[in-house]
Ligand binder design. Structure first.
Ligand SMILES: [Zn+2]
Length: 77
């Protein structure tokens, strides 16, 4: 395993890495062929969407849980 330097942040990155672990800069285009940058872009986009989705889901669960607690409190009184 050899180390190379990230052109984006000058951090040390494995030449086997698909992207820089520090800044996410996509690497390995030379060895991986032309498909990898597109795949990485898709994965990055999915990851960001997933993060937003998780935030929305967690927010909804918190709201539903709060509503349920309020309903139970009203019904039991
Ligand atoms: Zn980097």
């Amino acid at each position: 395993m050899a180390l190379t330097v990230c052109p984006e942040c000058d951090g040390k990155v494995s030449d086997k890495a698909f992207a820089c672990p520090a800044c996410g800069y996509p690497l390995g285009q030379q060895t991986g062929g032309s498909a990898w940058p597109a795949v990485l872009g898709g994965v990055a986009g999915t990851y960001i969407s997933a993060q937003a989705l998780v935030t929305i889901i967690v927010g909804s669960i918190m709201f539903i849980a709060f509503a349920a607690i309020m309903i139970v409190a009203v019904l039991s009184s």
